[in-house]
Design a protein around this ligand. Structure first.
Ligand code: F6P
Length: 554
């Protein structure tokens, strides 16, 4: 069995140092893959030729080719929700995908053109608030996939901004809506409520509060015209009061965390313009084409996924750090947390059988160089191995700060080299030899030992343009898809988020003093009693919109 053979390979080589693998020359080239002007180097991992061959076999045995074909063609591969997973069609105007016999390209193309007409009219001031000024600001109200994608992309594409200033309200914490609205002018702010289901409690609460804030500033009638809705559920957008012309719909075959390519990306388009947004889509489509056609080891998403399987399922490393050496990708780790962990953090296989391998690792990270001065200590000397995923642009946008970019590049390369090489006790002693001797030398040197042999991969892209951003996101989407396929799970559902939502809706009235806490577990009972006994929590603290938007929500 291939899994067993991979484990045997790992077991045999567990004491081998990755550096030794470079002895036969050519490894850096052989264990790299190029696609769409990007380079992915995975030579600094323990994967050798045999392991790579076995990993490729694993993907083949999992039926990757057929499943990939099924995904792109529009088959209902999201079996547990009886839906296709066709987000790729949003970025490909020529998609030939069909859902239940109906080609999807005409409708997705029409929606894209509507978005473009709207966004360009707003940016040009032809569509504006009723008071006659131009819109200057946008508040994107959404959470999860209805927030993370656009928030990440707007920040990533800052150099292409110049359109509207986009702000994001996601958390139901009133501090979020307060801190965003308090610095904006309601007379020139456009609100976009983004929710696939239009039932998400946090989003509905935030939408109600933003509506109240707008109404207080410009009057209820005017406020209603300053709302756009992005959703799959037109009935609910209508009952919220958004006019048909201001609703941008998308189909249920676009999962929330894969949705930035369509109307969920409207705030991105308002920030950077329609042409740049098309470049972003084209980048995603280019990665799709590569993923569909490149053979085995030349296929970047496939190899990225196989490295993930190697580190998580074979080596047993429970987390992976995503480290963009690109300040504007500060939200990428959070975006990837949802993309990867909501997709592949599951304990059941598609057929309902229990997953026998570990599910997705914990994904976390921060931009370099900031992370170096925070958690890299553990990455270099901690007792657990954390595979690192570095990414960096060959060129920065700021020509006047070229020396900063050189420092950034040097740091990125230095960290992966240091993780690989480490520093032995002998080397550490040699560095301290003049200052200490004997036991003291040994003692102080031990603190300066780096175990090394810590795996990492490096993705280098030319520059963070809209196209490159599209390529990177699609690369990671396909990685998630391949890993899910190998594990035999459905990456496109998210049943694991439901239980907490149910309990929250049960506890909310109890916290308002309208129900009994009996029946909850002992800890929750005690916490509720502590809260109710120690501070004022009752219905009067709830915003005026709550009764309206709360009706019928789950
Ligand atoms: O609760 C998880 C989730 O369903 C995510 O999958 C989704 O991106 C997010 O909530 C927001 O959902 P919606 O777009 O329907 O408001």
């Amino acid at each position: 069995m291939v899994w067993d053979a991979l484990r045997a390979n790992h077991g045999r080589n567990v004491d081998r140092r990755i550096l030794e693998l470079f002895d036969d020359g050519g490894r850096a080239d052989d264990f790299s893959v190029r696609a769409c002007d990007m380079l992915l180097d995975y030579s600094k991992t323990g994967i050798d030729r045999e392991a790579r061959g076995l990993l490729l076999l694993l993907a083949e045995a999992a039926g990757l080719d057929e499943r990939r074909q099924a995904m792109f063609s529009g088959a209902a591969i999201n079996e547990t929700e009886a839906r296709a997973a066709l987000h790729s069609a949003l970025r490909d105007p020529d998609s030939r995908a069909e859902v239940e016999g109906t080609p999807v390209a005409p409708a997705t193309g029409a929606t894209l053109r509507r978005m473009e007409a709207f966004a360009e009219s707003v940016r040009a001031g032809h569509i504006g608030p009723p008071a006659g000024q131009r819109y200057t600001d946008v508040i994107n109200i959404g959470i999860g996939g209805s927030d993370l994608g656009p928030a990440m992309a707007v920040q990533a594409l800052t150099p292409y901004g110049g359109g509207l200033d986009c702000h994001f309200v996601s958390n139901v914490d009133g501090a979020h809506v307060n801190d965003v609205t308090s610095r904006l002018d309601p007379a020139t702010t456009l609100a976009i409520v983004v929710s696939k289901t239009f039932t998400t409690a946090e989003t509905m609460a935030n939408a109600g509060s933003v509506r109240d804030w707008l109404a207080a500033g410009v009057g209820y009638e005017n406020a209603a015209t300053q709302f756009v809705a992005v959703s799959s559920d037109r009935a609910r957008t209508a009952s919220f009061g958004v006019t048909e012309a201001m609703v941008f719909g998308f189909e249920d075959w676009v999962g929330g965390r894969f949705s930035v390519w369509g109307p969920v990306g409207l705030s991105v388009m308002l920030a950077v313009g329609a042409d740049r947004f098309r470049e972003f889509l084209a980048g995603g489509a280019a990665m799709d084409a590569h993923f569909r056609t490149a053979a085995g080891p030349d296929n970047m998403p496939l190899m990225l996924a196989l490295v993930g399987i190697w580190h998580n399922q074979i080596c047993g490393y429970a987390t992976r750090a995503v480290l963009p050496y690109e300040q504007r990708l500060a939200r990428l780790p959070a975006y990837l947390q949802q993309l990867e962990m909501e997709s592949n953090g599951k304990c059941a296989r598609i057929d309902g059988a229990e997953l026998t391998e570990h599910s997705c690792p914990v994904v976390w990270g921060e931009p370099g160089t900031n992370g170096q001065h925070a958690f890299f200590q553990l990455i270099h000397q901690g007792s657990r191995v954390v595979p690192c995923e570095f990414m960096v642009a060959r060129d920065g946008h700021e020509r006047q700060f070229a020396h900063h970019h050189r420092m950034l590049l040097a740091n990125c390369l230095a960290q992966s080299a240091a993780l690989l090489r480490g520093r032995s006790l002998e080397e550490a002693k040699a560095r301290l030899a003049g200052a200490y001797e004997g036991e003291e030398l040994e003692r102080w040197a031990r603190h300066r030992v780096f175990p090394g042999n810590r795996p990492s991969i490096t993705l280098i892209y030319p520059k963070l343009t809209p196209r490159v951003l599209g390529q990177i996101i699609a690369l990671y989407e396909h990685r998630v898809f391949v890993e899910g396929t190998i594990l035999g799970i459905n990456p496109f559902d998210q049943w694991g988020v439901e239980l907490g939502k149910e309990l929250a809706s049960r506890l909310e009235p109890i916290l308002a003093g309208k129900g009994s806490v009996e029946g909850e577990d002992g800890s929750t009972q005690a916490l509720v009693r502590h809260l109710l006994g120690s501070r004022e929590i009752d219905g009067t603290e709830t915003g005026p919109h709550a009764s309206r938007v709360g009706d019928g929500e789950t």
